[in-house]
Write a protein that binds this ligand. Structure first.
Ligand code: C2E
Ligand code: MG
Ligand code: MG
Length: 562
């Protein structure tokens, strides 16, 4: 090879390298052109690259073969190079020439070998990237997975382009029944076809991925939403073309149309709430599609804030016990009080409705309940030490506490540590949801009663309070929920009738009866007529700060209208 030819080789080789090292805008045709020029330079007639995943695949000839160049008789092998990669894959380049061409010189063969090795390293690296992509961004059934989905959203985030898109998370309805009826294998086909229906509809206006099982996540341009929702609401899916067999498939969905000011730090921040919404949709008896509203997304943010701040707030004693008096309507005397939790966060009052339900979703509520029980014991102790006449204080205990095997002992120990006589403590509990819980509730109430601590069934009349609840559990007090106190208008008479019956039942069973939410003289009259003697409500007092409540303790008679 003279100098001129060597320079020409270097130019062609450099051209090939430059074509293969711009993976971002890799253009296959340009790369093939570069190879063609090199083939002409080396007088080659054909070039073949083969790729096998393993040596055994190579042995049985299972792999990919690409003919990059084929321009004449391939009579003799001019050069061959085979490399086994670290991962065990085999890549082979075979270069042919016509028997009429001048064979390669030793120097030429050496230069050609550099080309072949570069080619192999390029191919194996690309294959590796493809394999990594498959493993990372596709699931075991070859559906794009959540990581793929997040990567797509991240790209939109980078371009500040999220506004104008809607996130939809869907969950097939009763897919387990479909699996049972047509078999798992056919079920898999249904899922694949269902996925493809969405994929085909979306084209490049959106993306669908599988989150897992029969859950899918979609992000699409807002104008696609109605079409997608039509599919979600129900679509026939063919799983056996030959026999024309199909099933009707519909889904539950959470839908989140991203607002203009959306700027998540991570895709999970918008996916998480939408997924949660889709799970909620599952339990909705009627609607199968739930839409995220601004109010709802704010609520979810607030809930996240509560969970995040709770332990610190507890530590910093941001929670306070307020006391709402209970008054005996026959005498006007203060008969007791309920401790109700108030949260002052940076001096601002957070209403219990904003944090209690959130805390009730985890065991956090139990920490708060014991904090409140301790506050009540602390305050009772203080009043006793000050020589005040004390009244019984009731504390709410969430059902979540029932799984604590030491619940009873912990309550007794806490009360005893403040040396408060047991009869001044009352524990309010609400109805239970399951039979197991019911048994636990029964045990706890029975135990508390043995220990001399009073128990009340709270919010009776709300939900599905069963009569078993009061027949089988030895409560001391029944608190009639305010929904059983009649208000002018709707169903006033029926409500009044129910109140009468619940109150007389309580009386006959020897339960102390408290009416909650007493607001008017009519309520007081109704109570008196039916022997329900204790009133708790705005008619007498709102929940009070401790200083205010202490005044009621000292001055403990309310004026009653005649
Ligand atoms: P609850 O135990 O049924 O408490 C009574 C609620 O009714 C209180 O609301 C009280 O302010 C309100 N109320 C009292 N009188 C009237 C009235 O005349 N009219 C009306 N419209 N409402 C009245 P609050 O303080 O907002 O508490 C709401 C709920 O939060 C409580 O309902 C209770 O379930 C829960 N809660 C409060 N503190 C705690 C706590 O420390 N632990 C647990 N587990 N739950 C708590
Ligand atoms: Mg209560
Ligand atoms: Mg109540």
């Amino acid at each position: 090879m003279d100098d001129k030819r060597k320079l020409e080789f270097l130019r062609l080789f450099e051209n090939m390298i430059s074509k293969m090292t711009f993976p971002d805008h890799f253009v296959r045709e340009e790369f093939i052109d570069a190879l063609r020029e090199l083939s002409i330079f080396f007088r080659l007639s054909k070039g073949v690259t083969e790729y096998f995943r393993s040596v055994s695949d190579e042995k049985i000839g299972v792999g990919d073969e690409i003919v990059d160049y084929d321009e004449g008789p391939a009579d003799v092998i001019a050069h061959q190079r085979r490399i086994v990669s670290a991962a065990g894959a085999v890549c082979r380049v075979t270069l042919y020439m016509s028997k009429d061409e001048k064979p390669l010189s030793e120097e030429e063969a050496a230069h050609l070998d550099v080309v072949a090795r570069s080619l192999i390293s390029f191919i194996t690296r690309n294959r590796l990237a493809t394999t990594v992509e498959r493993l990372s961004f596709y699931d075991e059934d070859n559906f794009r997975n959540l990581r793929y989905f997040f990567r797509h959203i991240e790209r939109l985030m980078d371009e500040n382009a999220l506004f104008g898109y809607t996130l939809i998370v869907i969950n097939c309805r009763q897919f387990s029944l479909i699996n049972r009826d047509i078999g798992r294998a056919a079920g898999d086909i249904v899922l694949r076809r269902y996925f493809e229906l969405f994929d085909d509809t979306l084209e490049d206006h959106g993306l669908i991925c599988r989150v897992g099982g029969d859950n899918f996540a979609i992000i699409c341009e807002n104008n696609m939403v109605s079409e997608i929702i039509r599919l979600v609401e129900g679509v026939p899916v063919t799983y056996d073309e030959e026999h024309g067999k199909r099933v009707m498939l519909s889904s539950c969905a959470g839908v989140y149309t991203l607002p203009a000011d959306i700027s998540p730090e991570h895709p999970g921040e918008i996916f998480g709430p939408t997924y949660a919404l889709s799970q909620e949709a599952k339990f909705e008896p009627e609607t199968t599609i739930l839409y995220m509203s601004r109010a709802l997304s704010e609520e979810k943010e607030r809930a996240a804030h509560v969970r995040h701040r709770f332990l610190e707030a507890l530590e910093k004693k941001e929670f306070q016990a307020y006391y709402q008096p209970k008054v005996d309507v026959t005498t006007g005397r203060l008969a007791g009080a309920e401790a109700l939790c108030r949260w002052y966060e940076n001096g601002k009052l957070v209403p219990p409705g904003d944090f209690i339900p959130v805390l009730e979703q985890s065991m956090d509520i139990c920490l708060l309940d014991f904090y409140m029980l301790e506050a009540a014991c602390h305050d009772l102790r203080k009043w006793m030490d000050e020589g005040k006449d004390i009244v019984r204080i009731s504390v709410n205990l969430s059902r979540k506490n029932l799984i604590d095997a030491d619940l009873l002992q912990r309550i007794v120990d806490l009360v005893d540590s403040y040396k408060v006589p047991h009869e001044y403590i009352e524990i309010e509990l609400t109805e239970t949801k399951t039979e197991v819980e019911f048994e636990r509730l029964k045990n706890v109430v029975t135990g508390l009663q043995r220990a001399g601590i009073k128990t009340a069934v709270d919010d009776f009349g709300v939900g599905y309070s069963s009569l078993n609840l009061i027949r089988e559990i030895p409560w001391d007090v029944l608190k009639i929920d305010r929904c059983l106190l009649p208000v002018k208008g709707d169903a006033e008479e029926v409500t009044r009738l129910m109140f009468c019956h619940v109150a007389s039942m309580a009386k006959n069973m020897g339960l102390e009866c408290v009416a909650e939410g007493v607001e008017t003289t009519e309520h007081i009259d109704l109570m008196r007529e039916n022997g329900c003697n204790i009133a708790q409500g705005f008619y007498f007092d709102h929940p009070l700060r401790i200083e205010e409540f202490e005044e009621r303790l000292v001055n403990n008679v309310y004026e009653l209208e005649k």
